[in-house]
Design a protein around this ligand. Structure first.
Ligand SMILES: [Fe+2]
Length: 476
């Protein structure tokens, strides 16, 4: 049963007081637990029980009290002021104990929050995309504070809005964000703990970067549950304060990436412009390459790198004479040797840019062949980086299906026939197969949606035919 000793580690004050009551006031006293059982504390013996008074200890739950006995009521009357002084002392000690307990539990909460924030930071460190960052943040913090619903809405560097909704539809989220706590948080530039019109408890934090408020993050708890506490508000506030700089960095990073990609695209367009007949070639090769990589299940980051490589694959043509590139007649052997240098030049141009090897090698190796008869290095089979084998297929498919001065763009069927016949010599079987399955899906593949309609395609069933003919294992 709960008693005083559970909550007061040092009982010497009480024991001295009990001695004093006995020796100076002839009052025997006993400490009782919450059910009235005596403890051995003070060791006073039971004495006379003819006159007795009970003084409860003041605590948040019943923990018993002090039972004082004497030979008669007069003795107790005379001693009562002294007993009350003694009880006041004990109750003050109990209050202090309560405060210490409260503080310890708060310190524990805070240290748990600090630990959570540290773990969260570790998880967020490796993230490079603003969307992924927001999604992880919303999910982790919701779990920690027991939010039923959550949302985050921030503007990215291109002024597009990134929205993360947890257990909320976009319509519900829009309605919630119109409510007062949101405008209040944005105005105060601080975390707000409040309730929505339907009694939902809400914690809203504005996301503020150098240029000002760019959105908010909010956590909601159903009306039938307890409200968020001041501690949960503190946690969200600290978390929000510490993410602002990362959000800023990710937005800048996105911006730089966009700038970088635009520069690459302009460079590619400049190369394409050297030869008016290859207009848009780099763009289309990038699209086909991305579609193939996606079909093969490549990670988004790798697909983004392949896109850059594909845009830059012919960068080395800047070192080849424009007259030669535009020549409609068949090239002499010497001229062809000159053209063959362009992937090597691509490597030389990219070298000082300190780009990842993956991007450079993909671009440099796009004319290598599986049988080793390609250029510039004559690599073969597995020694050609897979992404270069992808760009090789995309490059030839676009070259065949686009109009050239000496011939119109080939029908898709003819181009696929050439690609399939080149499997194992010029092309990698897997990459050709992936192009076929991507083309079969057509405009449903996001990467192909704007180039697919311009293909000379008369029979959509031809992909099935090619897949059946070239990619089905013969029955035993
Ligand atoms: Fe090329």
């Amino acid at each position: 049963m709960p008693d005083l000793t559970d909550h007061m580690p040092d009982t010497s004050f009480l024991e001295k007081s009990m001695d004093l009551l006995k020796n100076a006031h002839r009052v025997h006293s006993f400490v009782l637990d919450c059910e009235g059982n005596p403890l051995s504390l003070g060791n006073n013996g039971y004495g006379q029980l003819s006159s007795a008074r009970f003084f409860p200890f003041e605590y948040r739950e019943p923990i018993g009290g002090l039972l004082c006995t004497a030979d008669d009521e007069k003795i107790l009357d005379a001693a009562e002021p002294h007993i009350r002084v003694c009880m006041e002392g004990v109750n003050t000690l109990l209050q202090r104990e309560l405060e210490i307990q409260q503080m310890s539990s708060e310190i524990l909460d805070i240290s748990e929050y600090i630990n959570f924030l540290f773990q969260l930071e570790q998880k967020l460190l490796g993230i490079r995309k603003l969307y992924d960052f927001c999604a992880l943040l919303v999910s982790e913090v919701s779990g920690k504070i027991g939010a039923d619903k959550a949302l985050m809405s921030v503007r990215d560097s291109g002024d597009d809005t990134i929205s993360i909704y947890r257990n909320l539809s976009s319509g519900e989220a829009a309605g919630i964000m119109m409510q007062e706590p949101f405008s209040l948080a944005l105005n105060k530039k601080d975390t707000v703990l409040s309730t929505l019109k339907d009694g939902t408890s809400v914690l809203v934090s504005p996301v503020v970067v150098k240029e000002g408020g760019i959105g908010c993050i909010a956590f909601l708890r159903s009306p039938e549950k307890r409200f968020f506490t001041a501690y949960e508000k503190k946690l969200v506030g600290i978390m929000n304060h510490s993410i602002s700089s990362t959000v800023e960095t990710l937005r800048l990073y996105d911006n730089l990436k966009q700038l970088y990609l635009n520069t690459v695209k302009s460079l590619a367009a400049a190369i394409d412009a050297k030869d008016p007949h290859t207009h848009g070639h780099s763009y289309r090769v990038a699209r086909y390459s991305m579609a193939i990589a996606k079909e093969l299940g490549y990670a988004e980051e790798l697909i983004a790198d392949i896109e850059i490589s594909a845009y830059m694959h012919d960068l080395g043509k800047i070192g080849v004479s424009g007259a030669l590139l535009r020549k409609p007649e068949k090239l002499t052997e010497e001229e062809y040797e000159e053209i063959k240098k362009h992937p090597y030049f691509t490597g030389k141009i990219l070298e000082p840019m300190r780009l990842p090897d993956f991007i450079v090698n993909t671009a440099v190796q796009h004319h290598e062949r599986i049988d080793g008869k390609g250029y510039p290095y004559g690599l073969s089979g597995e020694s050609i980086i897979p992404s270069a084998r992808i760009v090789a297929v995309a490059d030839v498919f676009d070259a065949l299906t686009s109009d050239r001065p000496y011939r119109p763009g080939m029908p898709v069927e003819k181009a696929l026939d050439i690609l399939c016949r080149g499997i194992g010599t010029q092309f990698d079987r897997t990459m050709v197969g992936a192009l076929l399955t991507a083309l079969q899906k057509g405009e449903r593949v996001k990467e192909l949606e704007d180039i697919y309609p311009s293909l000379n395609l008369t029979d959509a069933a031809l992909f099935d035919r090619f897949l059946g003919e070239w990619f089905t294992e013969p029955a035993e």
